[in-house]
Design a protein around this ligand. Structure first.
Ligand SMILES: Cc1ncc(COP(=O)(O)O)c(C=O)c1O
Length: 384
C-alpha cells in the first residue's frame, strides 16, 4: 500500500486530493437518487468546461480510457473504412489495433522514437484521398511525445476527414479547447491530468461526428460501446442504460470542480512550468528526455535511464525516498523511465523528485556536497 507520505509520480493514475477521496468515501447512494442525478449532471457541465466544449456532445461513462477509444472507433467507423493512424508510440499503435479489430482498413504512420508527427506529412497522405478518419494520440504516455493537436485537427478538417484524438494523457494539463480545435472526437480518462480516480472515460464529440454516426449504413456492433445509446443518457442521466460507477463519478465531479476553481488556463501554465523545471533538472544531471524539444509534453516526461539501470533507479527511488515513477514499455523497460507530472502535483514534490533522482542516479560516485544541481537548476523556474 502506498503510504500517505509517499509520492506517486507514475503517468497515471495520479494522487487524489483529499477532497476527491472524501467525496468517494460517502455512504453508498442510489444511482437513481436525485442527489446522484445532480452530481452526474454537474460532472457533465464541468467536463464541458474542462474540454472547452460548448458546441458538441459530452459523454461520461464507466470504463477506462480504452473504452472511450473503442467506443469512438466502433460508433463512428464502419467495416471497410480506410483510416490513417498516427503511431507516435504504444498508444498510437493501440488505435491501429482497435480500428483493425473493427474491420477498418488501417494505414499507420509510424514516427521515429521521440518525434511528433509532421502535420505536412499527414496532410500529404490525406490528400491521396479515400480516408474516413485520422486517428492520433495527443500525448503518447509510452514515450511522452506530444503531437500538435491544433495542426492535426485542422489538417483533418481541411481534408474532410473525421479527427479522433486520444487525449487520455493530455486533457486537463495540456492546452486543448475542443470548440476552437474543430476536432470531431477527443477522448480522455478520469485518472490522469484530471486527477480523478480511474474508472470513467470522458468524450467530446462534434455535431458533425454525430451526424456521421446517425447516417451509418451498418449497425454499431456493440451494446455498451455504442455512443448512440449513451447520447440520451447524457441528456438525462435519470435514464437507465447501465449502473454508473457512483463513487467514481462523485470523485470525478470533485476533481473537475477543483480544476474549475484553479482555472483551466492557470492549470495549463502550472503544468508547463513544472514540466520545464523537471526537464531542465533532468538535463542538468545528464539525463536526456526522450522527446526532442518540439515534441515534449507538459504532463509526462520519459527520459533515458543511464546504463539501462531503469529497474534499479525505480526501485531505489521507491525504497529510499518513497517516490514512485514508471519504467519504459516493452523493449524500453530497461532503458527508459517515465514521470507523470500532472494533476495535483506540487512544487515541493518536483523538488523532492529531482533531489532524490540525482542522489539515486549519481550513487556513491560523487561527493555528497555536489548533490543539489538538479534542484538548483529547477528552482528558478518553479519560482518564476
Ligand atoms: C495515451 C493513452 N491512451 C490510452 C490509454 C488507455 O487508458 P486506460 O488504461 O485508462 O484504458 C492510456 C493509459 O495509460 C494512455 O496513456
Amino acid at each position: 500500500m502506498i503510504g500517505e507520505d509517499e509520492i506517486l509520480l507514475i503517468p497515471g493514475p495520479t494522487t487524489l486530493s483529499s477532497r476527491v477521496r472524501q467525496a468517494m468515501a460517502r455512504p453508498q447512494q442510489s444511482h437513481v437518487s436525485q442527489e446522484f442525478y445532480n452530481s452526474f449532471k454537474e460532472s457533465l457541465e464541468l467536463a464541458r468546461y474542462v474540454f472547452g466544449n460548448s458546441t458538441g456532445l459530452q459523454f461520461i461513462f464507466s470504463g477506462s480510457g480504452t473504452i472511450g477509444m473503442e467506443s469512438s472507433v466502433v460508433s463512428l467507423l464502419e467495416p471497410g473504412d480506410k483510416v490513417l493512424v498516427v503511431e507516435t508510440g504504444y498508444f498510437g499503435h493501440r488505435f491501429s489495433m482497435l480500428a483493425e479489430i473493427h474491420g477498418c482498413k488501417v494505414e499507420s504512420l509510424v514516427t521515429e522514437l521521440g518525434r511528433k508527427v509532421d502535420p505536412k506529412i499527414v496532410d500529404e497522405k490525406l490528400k491521396q484521398g479515400g480516408y474516413k478518419a485520422l486517428l492520433f494520440t495527443h500525448v503518447d504516455t509510452s514515450n511522452s511525445v506530444m503531437n500538435d493537436i491544433v495542426a492535426l485537427s485542422r489538417v483533418a478538417k481541411e481534408n474532410g476527414v473525421l479527427s479522433i484524438c486520444d487525449s487520455v494523457s493530455g486533457l486537463g494539463g495540456a492546452p486543448l479547447i475542443f470548440d476552437s480545435l474543430g476536432a470531431d472526437v477527443v477522448i480522455t480518462g478520469s485518472q490522469k491530468a484530471i486527477a480523478g480516480p480511474p474508472g470513467a472515460t470522458l468524450i467530446a464529440l462534434s455535431k458533425h461526428a454525430f451526424e456521421i454516426m446517425e447516417s451509418r449504413k451498418t449497425p454499431i456492433q456493440s451494446y455498451y460501446m455504442n455512443l448512440m445509446r449513451w447520447k440520451p443518457v447524457m441528456e438525462d442521466p435519470k435514464i437507465y442504460l447501465t449502473t454508473p460507477s457512483v463513487q467514481v463519478i462523485l470523485g470525478l465531479r470533485e476533481a473537475l470542480l477543483q480544476i474549475k476553481e484553479e482555472g483551466i488556463e492557470n492549470r495549463w501554465k502550472r503544468h508547463e512550468k513544472f514540466a520545464e523545471a523537471i526537464r531542465v533538472g533532468l538535463e542538468s544531471i545528464g539525463l536526456l528526455p526522450v522527446p526532442d524539444r518540439e515534441s515534449r509534453s507538459p504532463t509526462v516526461t520519459a527520459f533515458y535511464a543511464p546504463e539501462r539501470r531503469a529497474s534499479e533507479i525505480q526501485e531505489k527511488l521507491r525504497t529510499e525516498f518513497g517516490i514512485h515513477i514508471s519504467k519504459g514499455f516493452g523493449e524500453y523497460r530497461d532503458s527508459m523511465l517515465r514521470i507523470g507530472h500532472f494533476g495535483n502535483i506540487s512544487a515541493s514534490e518536483v523538488l523532492a523528485l529531482l533531489g532524490s533522482l540525482e542522489i539515486v542516479v549519481r550513487g556513491s560516485r560523487v561527493e555528497a556536497q555536489v548533490y543539489g544541481k538538479a534542484v538548483e537548476t529547477a528552482l528558478p523556474i518553479l519560482r518564476s
